[in-house]
Structure formats: structure tokens, C-alpha cells
Ligand binder design. Sequence first.
Ligand SMILES: C[C@H](CCC(=O)NCCS(=O)(=O)O)[C@H]1CC[C@H]2[C@@H]3[C@H](O)C[C@@H]4C[C@H](O)CC[C@]4(C)[C@H]3C[C@H](O)[C@]12C
Length: 324
Amino acid sequence: MCTAATYKTNDFYFGRTLDYESSYGEEIVIMPRNFPLNFVNMGRIATHYAVIGTAHVAQDYPLFYDAANEKGLAMAGLNFVGNAFYRDDIDGRDNVAQFEFIPWILCQCANVTEARTLIEKINITKTQFSPQMPAGQLHWIIADKNDCIVVESVKEGINVYDDPVGVLTNNPTFDMQMFRLNDFRGLSPKQPENTFSDKLDLTSYSRGMGAMGLPGDLSSQSRFVRAAFVKMNSRSAPDEQSSVSQFFHILNSVDQQRGCCEVAESKYEITIYTSCCNTEKGIYYYTTYNGHQISAVDMHKEDLDSAKLIAYPMITNEIINFQN
Ligand SMILES: C[C@H](CCC(=O)NCCS(=O)(=O)O)[C@H]1CC[C@H]2[C@@H]3[C@H](O)C[C@@H]4C[C@H](O)CC[C@]4(C)[C@H]3C[C@H](O)[C@]12C
């Protein structure tokens, strides 16, 4: 399971949890402007926007999971198993392989409006990156500071949904994830009134009772509702430290602890990493399951006109700040 979220204060923040039972060997990767991109069907793009994100690098190619470009447009792929449907090439469309979708959008589009235009012509194909790497079954969230959409390639075609919440999890389809929020419209960060019955003297004996009924389990639909509630009610000071800290608190509300979600005998899904990209400053913050301290990579500290990928291994060990 995974959850993606956006957050706006002085700057715009975009990130996700990557929940899985095993790692593909991901790194923080910067794709500079002159790194040549050779698309399976769409030719070569030699110069483009610089991109930072998490990727598995194979054959010197960045297989991005989530990323943002230097213009402030961000995008993440989340599992969409059983619903994702990719086609063979279709004449007259922009045939983009599933693994190319993030670089295709982020290297060319400065905002969601431009992404919408490109997506109108797209056909997401089932072409595999390599025989050993079957296409992931994903749907995508794409956001900038003004707009957010979800893109789903399903049997019926490509659906583009407005995402007014700025949250995405896995199944079901996004329209159903959103609809479920109606069931929780009575939740509130304020203490509830007694509307149960005026004949009963019911008391609010604890703080936080306004959110009673907020789902606490790890299913994707429940994580959507929980992350949406936390994000929509989030308050923080607008500076960088406060915003980044609050962003991690939003995603930590859907964190997966080892042992609670068994996917096979003695195999457990965990939150492998949590990311938070300040898309305006090009800083990619992250934590890992065993690395709670926030680490960061700043794309603007690198030579963004270079033609070579720059990769930083994720810090995966606990760094404890002893005070004595
Ligand atoms: C497994 C990851 C999604 C995690 C997630 O959503 N888990 C939820 C589990 S569940 O549904 O609730 O069961 C996805 C996110 C990004 C994916 C990777 C990226 O798409 C990049 C390449 C794309 C290649 O086609 C396949 C390998 C791969 C390296 C992908 C492997 C895997 O599918 C990843 C890592």
C-alpha cells in the first residue's frame, strides 16, 4: 500500500509513503537537463527540465517512483492492482510505456495544465522495461501548487480525475475513494455536540471525539479517508521546518509498522520510505523505515546542466541524537 499527499504553506510540498514487503533498491536520483531520454516510441528528448525523485536505476535509466521537476510539477505512481490496464501501441497516439510516464510528463510539462494537454494524446503501453521487470500496475497523482489530478489507465480508457483533496492511495478507483468521504462528512477536529438524543445527557469525556469513527486500519480506502482528514485539517506555521515537519506528520498517520499487514507467510508490508519534496526549492526530504531522521537532497546544489544521472543511496539506518 502507498499513500501520496500534497500540502501548501509558503511553498508547495508533495510526497508519498512507499509501502511494500521488499525493496527494488531505490535511490534519490537527480536527472539533469541534458541527460538524454530515449523513449521506446516517442523518440529522443536530449534537453528537458531537471527532475529529482526516488528511482531504481537500471541500465543507467531512472525508473522513477515519485519525482518533481524544476518547475514545481510533481508526480507519483501508486499500486493499482487489478484495475490498471495498459494497451499495445495505438496508431496516432503518443505511445508511452508505463515506466516512461513520469519522465515523459516531468521532462516536458511545467504545470498540471500542460500535463493535462499531453495526457489527452497519450496511450500508456504495456511495454516492459526489460524481460525481468514486468510492468507495475499503477495509477498516478500529478500536482503543482494550484492543481492536482489523478490519472488511471483502465479497460475503458484513460480517466483523468480532479483531486481536490490532494491525496491518493491504491484501490479502488479514485472516484470511489473520493465518494467514501461522504460517509465521514460529520467528522470534525472540534468536540461534537450531543445530537444523539436530547433526552440523554451524553458527555464528551475525552478530547478528539469529533473524529470518532475515522478508520484506523491499513486498507487503502481507510488510509485515503484518514490521510484526507489529517491533510485537510492540518495546521502549521508556513516556514520550511514547520511545513516539512507537518508534512511528515500527515503521512505518518498512514504509516505501516512491520507485523500489522501480512502479505505472505511471515512477510509483512512496511513503509519503506516516506518522502516530502519542496517542489519550489527542489529539495527532496525523506525518512526510511529504520531511518527516522529526516535526510535531504537539494537538486540545486548539483550541476543541473550535466548529462549524467546523480544518485544518493537512501540512508536506511537509525541515527540517534544522543544528548549526553
Ligand atoms: C510496488 C510500488 C508501489 C507500492 C504500493 O503501492 N504498494 C501497495 C501494495 S497494495 O497494492 O496495496 O497491495 C511501485 C511504485 C513504483 C513502482 C516502480 C516504478 O514504476 C518503476 C519501475 C517500473 C517497471 O515497469 C517495473 C519496476 C519498477 C521499479 C516499479 C516497481 C514497483 O511496481 C513500484 C516500486
